[in-house]
Design a protein around this ligand. Structure first.
Ligand SMILES: NC(=O)c1ccc[n+]([C@@H]2O[C@H](COP(=O)([O-])OP(=O)(O)OC[C@H]3O[C@@H](n4cnc5c(N)ncnc54)[C@H](OP(=O)(O)O)[C@@H]3O)[C@@H](O)[C@H]2O)c1
Length: 398
């Protein structure tokens, strides 16, 4: 897909070289910030529970700082467990370092902070080096956790993080996908080594299959021909089967390791649950065959929050290396998976969505005035897919 983006870049360069008039050249240098300096947004001014969420009409309007950035008008924003955790300060040490690597700003300079990691909307403005997108393009994106989020009228992103929205989805549906999709993609493809070409008949186990990441992962793996076993609560069984799961094990009716160990062994396990699953899950993998356990529940950010950046990272590296080695000598691979925003990954996912292989699973939709209720909903857990907030209407299909 990078090459497709590259081709389009070149095509746009030619087009622009041929057709840029003096007035449109001037347009490239003019920006919307001359018109607007503030926008509506939900912000937090300190970490805490739901009462730290504050609506303001005076959040800073995003600015294009780099020539490869775009400003997106947000039509819909997805909420995830990560937003609830970040509201409470989760990951603050690492994310502050990413925002301010040389540590010149005072503590708390991230506030007012805007949460929301999924966006579906329309490009309002492009930086000078952006060739793959034009103003008015409908796009979707997963937003890196150190950037201002999508619970606002506008958000600024690198063009590399943005992708054209699937035509078959409206903005509400599209906002349900990017965060969970790029997380599942990163865990299964980048970390787990799976692809559409090597998945056929592989046996995959998804621990925690009925939530946001799980519902996306089931569909992607089924589209690639894998055999998918899922754990979830009994009342989600029909739901995950409807998404394509081949075999479902109810974790509420007793320890799941017993029924799971009676099954044929697996090529890959995606763990969305964590806790004590590591104690037994790796025994379910086929030994000495390249089988991998990829967990999304890692101590990486907690370690840096508790111990500081240097000690926290060393602690994480030591934990990771010890566990990887312990399991390697038993013939299986132990890995940590992470959320990794990526426009090119979303380009590939768009093709699967528009081909009807993946559907958006929206659990509940809220409007912009109901953001605290949307957080409560996510915080309660046991979601069947994603919680989405409709931010603004106009020219779209909300
Ligand atoms: N490392 C990273 O960068 C990263 C990125 C994204 C997500 N994550 C983590 O990955 C996990 C999943 O994220 P998500 O967005 O899919 O969360 P989610 O939407 O809240 O879904 C979690 C699901 O897990 C199920 N569940 C809870 N306990 C379970 C158990 N013991 N066995 C089986 N299923 C269980 C629940 O389903 P039922 O209602 O059926 O009980 C729930 O729907 C979270 O812990 C999240 O923090 C990490």
């Amino acid at each position: 897909m990078c090459s497709v983006r590259h081709l389009v870049h070149s095509r746009w360069s030619c087009y622009l070289n041929k057709s840029l008039s003096v007035s449109s050249q001037a347009r490239l240098f003019s920006t919307s910030r001359m018109c607007r300096t503030v926008m509506p947004a939900w912000v937090i001014d300190k970490y805490g529970s739901n009462d730290v969420l504050r609506f303001t009409k005076n959040a800073s309007f995003p600015i294009i700082d780099f020539p490869n950035e775009v400003i997106v008008k947000v039509f819909a924003a997805g909420l995830n467990p990560l937003d609830v955790s970040m509201r409470g300060g989760y990951g603050a040490a690492t994310l502050s370092m990413k925002r301010d690597p040389v540590n010149i700003k005072r503590s708390g300079s991230e506030f007012p902070l805007i949460l929301g990691r999924d966006v579906s909307g329309v490009i309002m403005e492009c930086g000078l080096d952006v060739k793959y997108f034009r103003e008015r393009d409908e796009v979707w994106a997963a937003i890196p956790p150190w950037k201002q989020g999508s619970l606002a009228e506008f958000v600024v992103l690198s063009a590399n993080e943005v992708s054209h929205k699937p035509k078959s989805l409206n903005h509400t549906q599209a906002a349900a996908i990017p965060y969970v999709a790029t997380t599942a993609w990163s865990a299964l493809v980048n970390t787990g080594g799976l692809s559409k070409d090597n998945c056929a008949n592989k046996r995959i186990l998804i621990l925690g299959g009925s939530g946001g990441v799980g519902t996306f992962a089931i569909q992607m793996l089924k589209a690639w021909g894998a055999h998918v076993t899922v754990t979830c609560s009994q009342n989600a069984e029909q739901f995950v089967k409807g998404l394509g799961a081949d075999h479902v094990v109810d974790y509420t009716s007793g320890p799941v390791e017993e029924p799971l160990s009676a099954l044929e062994k697996f090529d890959l396990i995606l763990d969305n649950v964590g806790g004590d699953t590591e104690r037994w899950a790796l025994n379910l993998l086929k030994p000495w065959s390249g089988a991998k356990y990829v967990t999304l529940v890692t101590p990486f950010l907690q370690n840096t929050d508790m111990l500081g950046i240097a000690d926290g990272m060393m602690q994480s590296a030591a934990t990771m290396a010890t566990k990887a080695l312990k399991h390697l000598i038993k013939g299986v691979h132990y890995r940590w998976g992470f959320y990794a925003p990526s426009g090119p990954a979303l380009d590939e996912i768009r093709e699967m969505v528009d081909a009807g292989q993946i559907q958006a699973v929206v659990d509940e939709t809220f409007n912009f005035s109901q953001v605290p209720q949307a957080f409560e909903k996510v915080e309660k857990g046991h979601a069947r897919g994603k919680t989405v907030v409709q931010i603004s209407k106009g020219g779209d299909d909300l």
